[in-house]
Design a protein around this ligand. Structure first.
Ligand code: SF4
Length: 425
């Protein structure tokens, strides 16, 4: 079971006046979108949430026409493509008019590139023929339905069509698949200058909820990283003893520790090998990518091959204020420069990565846990990187990997222990 309510996202897209809003209103059974013959009536994406029997909760996106010209048209198109990245299913609506389908073809190609399901709706109001235009013959194998969106009698077959074509290849994975009832789990949370007051970070909250729900026992531990890394040996030894005393206080012993990636060097070397260890960042990326952690490990293996002049993109999905020894802008770049002096580092922040020019220029992308992204957006991003042959790894893997193979193996073992042989471990 996923640890939060998962909806399938359905994007209704097509040219102006194809009947997208009529179809949206037919599905939602409400006048959510204004329907008018004036081209460009839908100025921005409209969203409605509904339940489809047999499929569950869905989010419907009614988007602006993809063929609008001018600067505003460009902006609307960019929004449609951003919506497409979030979608599970593209419902391409083709109206009764037109012989040029350049925009539809571009949309279909992007949908395939980003790994989206596609279904075509021939909206045959005004007596239009219910056939796929010959210009789209290449796409004839796609599921296709002819309906009249003005007819409420057609709603049932449209819902059935959506249901048949909206299944995901891989469903969401459990956040921490190794958690067992009656076991102790430690969450190491150092709390640095960037840690917000009054709340935990999302990956920490998700882990707490997940462990508690399964009748297991989570305990948070604040490690003092300044003391743990102090040049004053007495301070450091006292901090280590505090940690060891804490671990020794558990009966039975903790089954696993999930640590902030920044503390992996300390926690790995201070924790007995029989206790499983991973990081919040690795936990998140395995779930958010729906089980593609092994691909991230393969990307991590490329880090040691980096050389001067190679380009690396560090991508962080949230836009918090960056102060002090920020992981993405300070810590990882400093380590990269030690591994490969002269390596060129670019950054991208925020939920929407946008269209980064020439992704192929990067040897590796180092991605955060992506807890602020939807799984659909991350899937689209990874599919594109795969297509372009760009390797990717993750903050947690990177910070464990620089400690050596044993540490890397240790942090991924709780998730993909049976696949470790693939990496020569
Ligand atoms: S989006 Fe990334 S950087 Fe921000 S809290 Fe989530 S995992 Fe961490």
């Amino acid at each position: 079971m996923p640890s939060y309510l998962e909806r399938r996202n359905i994007l209704i897209a097509g040219k102006m006046n194809a009947g997208k809003s009529t179809l949206f209103n037919l599905l939602t059974q409400a006048e959510n979108s204004i329907v008018d013959a004036t081209p460009g009536t839908t100025a921005d994406t409209k969203i409605a949430v509904m339940e489809i029997h047999g499929l569950g909760p869905v989010k419907l996106f009614d988007s602006a026409g993809i063929d609008e010209t001018g600067e505003l048209g460009e902006k609307k198109r960019a929004k449609v493509y951003a919506n497409l990245k979030s979608a599970d299913l593209l419902l391409l609506v083709i109206g009764s008019k037109g012989t040029v389908f350049t925009w539809e073809i571009e949309l279909l190609e992007k949908a395939v590139l980003w790994g989206k399901k596609v279904a075509i709706c021939l909206n045959c109001f005004n007596g239009a023929p219910g056939r796929l235009p010959v210009e789209l013959n290449k796409w004839a194998a796609m599921p296709c339905l002819a309906i009249d969106a003005t007819q409420s009698a057609d709603r049932g077959k449209l819902l059935e069509f959506i249901k048949e074509n909206c299944e995901r290849e891989v469903e969401s994975l459990p956040l921490l698949p190794f958690v067992t009832a009656g076991e102790h789990y430690i969450l190491v949370i150092p709390m640095d200058d960037e840690t917000p007051e009054g709340r935990l970070l999302r990956p920490q909250t998700l882990a707490l909820e997940f462990i508690t729900r399964r009748f297991a026992w989570p305990t948070c531990y604040r490690l003092d990283l300044k003391k743990a890394r102090s040049a004053d040996e007495k301070l450091k030894a006292a901090e280590k003893q505090r940690w060891l005393d804490f671990l020794a206080s558990f009966t039975p012993k903790p089954a696993a520790i999930i640590t902030d990636s920044q503390a992996i060097d300390v926690v790995d070397s201070w924790t007995p090998a029989e206790i499983e260890l991973t990081t919040f960042s690795i936990m998140m990326i395995e779930q958010q990518s729906r089980g593609r952690l092994a691909r991230f490990v393969a990307g991590q293996k490329q880090i040691s091959a980096l050389k001067a002049g190679d380009k690396v993109l560090i991508y962080e999905a949230c836009n918090h204020s960056r102060i002090g020894e920020d992981i993405g802008t300070v810590q990882i770049p400093a380590i990269l420069q030690k591994i490969a002096p002269g390596v060129v580092i670019d950054h991208a922040f925020g939920r929407a990565l946008g269209e980064i020019e020439n992704l192929k220029q990067y040897k590796v992308v180092i991605h955060c846990g992506g807890c602020m992204l939807s799984q659909q957006v991350l899937a689209a991003r990874l599919k594109e990187l795969d297509e372009k042959g760009v390797f990717y790894t993750n903050y947690g893997l990177f910070l464990a990997g620089r400690l050596g193979e044993a540490a890397l193996k240790r942090v991924v073992r709780p998730f993909i222990g049976s696949l470790l042989f693939l990496f020569g471990f």
